[in-house]
Ligand binder design. Structure first.
Ligand code: KG4
Ligand code: ZN
Length: 340
């Protein structure tokens, strides 16, 4: 018999809850973003993140139930992110989930956040199996071969920074607010996504990624153009908007090219693949999305990217993974723990 799953996600700086029905899909999807709290620090502060999760989680879970017009009694299973993420943040979600599961005799399932992103397209679409998944966010960047629900093989991943991290770090260099990705896209759009500086693309014939050199390349260029003072660590462009636009645009085109090259190589190695998905926070980027879509069209491959609300961290994707695990009786016990 189909059941309602309550998803809880607190792995980083979003307190999120959602209700998913095994036949009818998403019933509610609620999120409190802590972005405003962390902005002044230029990145997520773990201690502030866990404190804020504690404050908000009860309210957010209640709102997810209210939006779905359900009482907690109607929920059979709680799916909660238990890895990977900030330990303090993960613990808040897990302890809250365990509390409900213990008190009201609910099933509990620990969910891998990355698996949530991989299967997030199924909240709206039905990509065929097997397919290739490019997952890119502030914490991870990886390529997977996805065989079925819950079955996937890692083809390559970042050896250092994540793609979103590259956007965030370069934005910080130029005194732009956190998170940098959306601002970089906006600035790049103003100069028509032109490649001014041609930053290094890295090695082509590997499915692993490396983005840490990009920040150094940008910094080097800024210093060379007298746009950055190493002593004060301040962005000092004479024409700040123009410099920001040029750097933003060149960075975005560079990261797009890296993605295109990796996908081309991965598809060359796996010629039978007929679908590609693009997930994670960076998949909000319309420019990258349209370039990847074009690449797939030229190869007669279907392309799927979730709506922005399911690209960035959310609990709907966690509940969805919980749903197919529940169907397979893959429940956990209250001994469930977190893993960084
Ligand atoms: O998936 P997500 O919400 O959190 C993590 O799991 O990390 O992704 C956040 C990341 C940030 O690094 C942010 O800069 C990036 O996604 N991002 C974008 C865009 N919107 C968010 N990157 C590029 N272009 C965007 N429009
Ligand atoms: Zn994420």
């Amino acid at each position: 018999m189909s059941q309602y799953i309550l998803g809880i996600e607190t792995s980083c700086d979003e307190t999120a809850a959602a209700v998913y029905h095994q036949e009818r899909g998403i019933q509610s999807n609620v999120l409190y973003s802590q972005m405003g709290l962390h902005r002044q620090f230029g990145g997520v502060v773990p201690e502030i993140a866990s404190r804020s999760h504690i404050e908000k989680i009860g309210m957010i879970v209640q709102k997810a139930l209210d939006d779905a017009q359900l009482e907690l009694e109607a929920i059979e299973t709680i799916a909660v992110t238990n890895k990977p993420g900030l330990p303090g943040s993960l613990l808040v979600g897990l302890c809250f989930a365990k509390g409900i599961a213990w008190a009201l005799h609910k099933n509990i399932i620990g969910i891998n956040h990355l698996e949530g992103h991989i299967f997030s397209p199924y909240l709206e679409y039905r990509p065929p199996f097997p397919h290739m998944c490019l997952s890119a966010s502030g914490g991870h960047t990886a390529l997977y071969l996805v065989h079925d629900f819950g079955q996937y093989t890692l083809l390559g991943q970042t050896l250092d920074d994540a793609a979103g991290e590259a956007f965030d770090k370069v934005a910080k260099l130029m005194n732009l607010a956190y998170p940098g990705g959306p601002l970089i896209e906006k600035l790049a759009h103003q100069v028509d996504f032109h490649d001014f500086y041609h930053y290094p693309r890295g090695q082509r014939k590997t499915l692993d990624f490396s983005f840490s050199g990009l920040k150094t390349a940008v910094l080097y260029d800024l210093i060379k153009n007298n746009a950055y003072d190493m002593k004060t660590k301040q962005f000092i462009a004479l024409e700040p908007l123009q410099t920001q636009q040029k750097v933003a645009s060149s960075l975005l085109v560079c990261i797009k090219d890296i993605f295109v090259h990796k996908l081309e190589y991965a598809l060359e190695l796996h010629p039978s693949i007929k679908a590609v998905t693009f997930v994670g926070g960076v998949a909000c980027n319309n420019y990258i999305k349209s370039c990847l879509d074009l690449l797939c069209k030229q190869r007669n491959i279907s392309f799927f990217a979730p709506s922005a609300r399911y690209c960035t961290d959310n609990a709907a994707m966690i509940a969805l993974v919980g749903s197919y695990k529940a169907q397979r009786n893959q429940y956990d016990t209250l001994a469930l723990d977190i893993f960084e």
